[in-house]
Structure formats: structure tokens, C-alpha cells
Design a protein around this ligand. Structure first.
Ligand SMILES: [Zn+2]
Ligand SMILES: [Zn+2]
Length: 393
């Protein structure tokens, strides 16, 4: 105890407010605030009260905690959240002075300010402090008197179906202006009027009152390919949402109403950020329905039978070679069968390993995919339409 009195006497050469004095002994005992501890010490060593404004260390900062908490409450009032965490930025000069007088029992002024603002916010809102994964991180800049929020995104998992051709999965910015709008894109900033992403995200952006979104799909289908069957898994990330507790049954209905038969979602549930990586890396087998055109059907029955349960070799297709590395992949065709066969047209069902280029498996892509249905049947083939009808687990 003498030790503490000695320290207290020594640092009292500087004029310190109760809080700044008491804070240098914060680790000594429990149950007292720094303010209370400072007051007690001051009596024991017999020195006069110092106001916040006169305080050599904080120069009045401690007296502003109430004001900061009001600023915080004003900034967060529009946000829905369960948990929060307060952080603050403090003048370097104060931190330097703090260093000069700190004792082995000190806590930092930063910690006190965070805690004391936190207490007031907790009292007013009834929300909880969470140090690990808060819904909102609130940073109080005490130098410029501003409050900055870091709002955790909301993640929603679901599966989507796409019932019309000609729309890409994600927003596709104009290749000339990258979104700004130019003559090439008719000042729309993008290459397509709509996308699965935009159709799905429109309603959630409004309901969650979010600033922006990101769409994470478990792979993607080509623009002209339908996504049917059980749908493709996706995670929609809503950034800086003001609302975060929305009934997803209601949301699903609202999305599907807006999508108006072009796209449909189901199985919505709240998700975590870490699920995005799992979703992206997982290998899903896929089942397709392809309508194929040809002049004559050649040996198509034999070709289909020969490809079933067979490994094929695929060089990066010509149509994507400009954006993907040219390399050879080995993929397995799991199932192939004819659903309907006509003079110049066949409908076939194909199930293949994740990442198989189906159009090329049919056409052969000038020998870049081998063997192919066209090669084995001995006739030129053209894919009239292609739909994903099931995504496996
Ligand atoms: Zn002070
Ligand atoms: Zn443009």
C-alpha cells in the first residue's frame, strides 16, 4: 500500500483529475471506478481537487464521455443490432503524457473511455457488448468528434432457379467503362439489363436497408443455360445493413414475387462468412438436359453408351480461352442417356463431374474435347439448348 501512496504522491506533481489519477492504480482493486479511486487517493495524500479541464493528462477529455455516448446513440439509432463494441481514437499527445506517468497498476485511458462509453450505451439501448463478433463496431474519434461504424454484413444462404435464358448470374459491368456508363453500354454501365444477382438482391437490399451486396454462387451456369431442378446454392452478402432480423419466409416470398417467374429462390437461412469459401470450393456433380441438333443422328445410341462412366480429356474451350488459362482437364462423365430421339434432334440427360464443359463434351470443340459425342457418333452436332436440372451434394 505504501508503494501506491508513493506512486500517487509522485505523479501528483502533475495536476490530474480524479479519473486520470485513479486510472494509474486501476489494477489494484475491484469495485471502484477510476474516478472513485482517484477521489479516495486524493484524500489520503491530501491534495486538492483538479477539474477535468485543468487536468494535465486528459485536458478535459474524461469530462466528455457523456457527450460521446450521446453522439454514439445518435449514430446507431437507425441500426438494428444485438451486440456492439466501442473503440476510440485519442490524441497522440495524450497517449505520450500517459506513458510518462503510468505505474505498474495503470490501465490505458483508451480502455477507460471505451468502457465508460460502452456502459452508457448499454444502459440506454439494453444491447450487449461482444468482443469477438459484434454486430456493430463503433469507433469514436475523440480528436474530431466523429463516430464511425463498422457494421457486420448479413449473409443469407439459399438456392436459386433460373427460368429464362439470356441473363448472366452476376452483374456484368461494361467492359469499356467498368460501370461508369458510356456510349458502348448505352450509359447503363453494364452489359446486361438484369442478372440473377440483381433480381435476387433487389428486395433484400431494400428490406435490410443495406448499402451494397455481393453474390456468391456455388459455380455458375452460362448466360443461355437454365438452372432448374433443386436449384443452385448461393450466399447473398448484404453490406452495412440497417436491419438484420428479417423473417426469411417473408423475404423469400417477397423476392419471388419481384422475380416474377424469371428466377426463384428457396431454402433461405442466415449464414456465416466462412460458409462462402466452403460453398465456392465444394465440388458438386451436375445433371444436365441438352437438346442437340444434327443433320442425321449417326451412331448416337452407341456414342451415348460409350461415354457413360467414362473419363474424358478437355482442353480449355475456345469460347473461354480469352479469360481462362489454356490447360487440359480430365473429367468423368457419370451418366448419359437419351430422353428423346428424332430425325434431326435428340434430348439427352448428362451427369458429369464438377467443372465439365458440357457443350464441348457434345460438340468436341474441334478436337479440344476428346472423346466427344459428336466424334463418337460420327456427325457434326450443335447444342440447341442446355439446362442444369440437378446439382448434387
Ligand atoms: Zn484527466
Ligand atoms: Zn460502358
Amino acid at each position: 500500500m505504501q508503494d501506491i501512496i508513493d506512486y500517487a504522491k509522485k505523479i501528483s506533481e502533475y495536476k490530474l483529475c480524479n479519473s486520470c489519477l485513479g486510472r494509474q492504480f486501476a489494477k489494484v482493486g475491484h469495485g471502484l471506478t477510476n474516478e472513485e479511486r482517484g477521489k479516495k487517493l486524493r484524500k489520503e495524500i491530501g491534495i486538492d481537487e483538479v477539474s477535468y479541464e485543468e487536468c494535465w493528462l486528459c485536458e478535459g477529455l474524461i469530462g466528455e464521455i457523456e457527450k460521446f455516448s450521446e453522439m454514439v446513440l445518435e449514430t446507431i439509432k437507425e441500426y438494428e443490432f444485438e451486440t456492439f463494441l466501442i473503440g476510440c481514437k485519442i490524441d497522440e499527445d495524450i497517449l505520450e503524457r500517459e506513458n510518462k506517468i503510468s505505474t505498474p497498476y495503470s490501465e490505458s485511458i483508451k480502455r477507460e473511455i471505451n468502457r465508460e462509453i460502452g456502459k452508457l450505451v448499454l444502459k440506454k439501448t439494453g444491447k450487449e457488448v461482444d468482443f469477438i463478433r459484434p454486430d456493430i463496431v463503433i469507433i469514436v474519434n475523440t480528436i474530431y468528434d466523429t463516430v464511425i461504424l463498422d457494421v457486420r454484413p448479413v449473409f443469407i444462404y439459399g438456392r436459386y432457379k433460373k427460368f429464362i435464358r439470356g441473363i448472366p448470374q452476376t452483374k456484368w459491368y461494361c467492359r469499356k467503362c467498368y460501370g461508369k456508363g458510356c456510349e458502348y453500354c448505352n450509359y447503363k454501365g453494364k452489359m446486361y439489363d438484369e442478372s440473377v444477382e440483381e433480381i435476387i438482391a433487389y428486395v433484400p437490399l431494400k428490406i435490410f436497408n443495406a448499402k451494397d451486396e455481393s453474390f456468391h454462387g456455388a459455380g455458375r451456369e452460362d448466360i443461355d443455360v437454365l438452372m432448374l431442378g433443386n436449384g443452385r446454392p448461393f450466399i447473398l452478402e448484404l453490406k452495412e445493413p440497417k436491419k438484420r432480423f428479417v423473417d426469411l419466409n417473408y423475404l423469400q416470398k417477397a423476392i419471388n414475387e419481384y422475380a416474377n417467374g424469371k428466377v426463384e429462390v428457396d431454402s433461405l437461412r442466415y449464414a456465416e462468412r466462412k460458409e462462402i469459401e466452403i460453398l465456392k470450393e465444394r465440388k458438386y456433380t451436375k445433371k444436365y438436359r441438352a437438346v442437340i441438333k444434327f443433320e442425321r443422328n449417326g451412331k448416337i445410341n452407341e456414342a451415348v453408351n460409350a461415354l457413360r462412366d467414362r473419363k474424358i480429356k478437355q482442353r480449355t474451350p475456345k469460347r473461354v480461352a480469352h479469360r481462362r488459362a489454356d490447360r487440359v482437364r480430365y473429367k468423368k462423365v457419370i451418366e448419359m442417356r437419351i430422353e428423346e430421339l428424332k430425325e434431326n434432334e435428340a434430348t439427352i440427360i448428362i451427369e458429369a463431374e464438377s467443372g465439365t464443359y458440357i457443350k464441348e463434351l457434345i460438340t468436341g470443340d474441334d478436337g479440344r474435347t476428346a472423346p466427344s459425342l459428336s466424334e463418337l457418333a460420327g456427325v457434326k452436332m450443335e447444342v440447341k439448348s442446355l439446362d442444369v436440372i440437378e446439382i448434387g451434394d
